[in-house]
Ligand binder design. Sequence first.
Ligand code: C2E
Ligand code: MG
Ligand code: MG
Ligand code: MG
Length: 293
Amino acid sequence: TAKQEGKDRYNFYAPSMHAGLIKRLDLTAELRTAIDRRDFQVHYQPIVNLPDGSLRGVEALVRWPHRTRGLVSPVEFIPLAEDTGLIVPLGADVLAEACAQVAQWRRERPGFDMTVSVNLSPRQVNDPGVVRLVRDALTATDLEPRALCLEITESVLTEDGQIAVERLIALKELGVRLAVDDFGTGYSSLSRLNQLPIDILKIPKPFVDGVTEGPTASALARAILELSSALELAVVAEGIEHPEQAEVLYNLGCRLAQGYHFGRPATAADLERRLPEPVKSVVAAGGEPLTSL
Ligand code: C2E
Ligand code: MG
Ligand code: MG
Ligand code: MG
């Protein structure tokens, strides 16, 4: 049978294959199955206001509950999903789920203007279908475009050609916000940054770690804050684990933050406990509108 044939072939080549490659092929196959079966979960990490820690939004972070490996971190499978193109269907699911969840939280709490940030990898931004994908996710969930922030990596900004630029402009025209994740770890030019419709810079954790380690170590975070103030961009500091880091960043002008100190990524049910009480529906259980005075 074809199955046996596949197995034989696999055995034939296995001894000469690098163990890492075999592991990669296994993982790719499992990833594909997991996408088909929708095995992935979306967790949500708070993005808070400094210094009071009040919740302003969440970042959606994908998790893979694996039958033998436990909850697999995206650090382990996103690069592979990116290389194989599987990030496109996976990312579409994450976007749809995150938009639906946050649209529901917003509907239940009128006036609570929370946002959701969703990561888009370079391969997703380069995919011509991405603009339509985002538009459809917003329409399907009735999420206000400005409540969605798309986090792109700096490598998208360094790519040559007009494609990335036009793509970002088209995304921005949907009314969403754009953030640059891990800003300063790539090689984007500052002039490029000024030409693109970017709203937010995210300070990577290593720079945040530097803020309590003296003037040299804190220079990078300070530079990003000064740059964003000059370009009128918002800033989110990532990976805050200690209150002292939050205090120093606040004194440097940073107003938004994310990190274990304020909350770890959590399931939707856990995150919900941090949200304000939902406003009771004005429609009674039977469907009859309640009459007010
Ligand atoms: P990222 O977008 O920069 O997300 C922040 C990462 O830092 C998350 O790791 C988060 O759990 C972690 N983090 C947050 N606060 C702290 C802290 O105080 N201390 C420490 N040590 N870590 C903290 P996570 O969830 O493992 O995700 C890793 C990366 O995988 C993300 O980095 C993002 O680049 C990528 N990723 C995650 N979900 C998705 C997704 O749905 N689509 C795409 N394309 N990429 C994703
Ligand atoms: Mg997750
Ligand atoms: Mg991110
Ligand atoms: Mg980041």
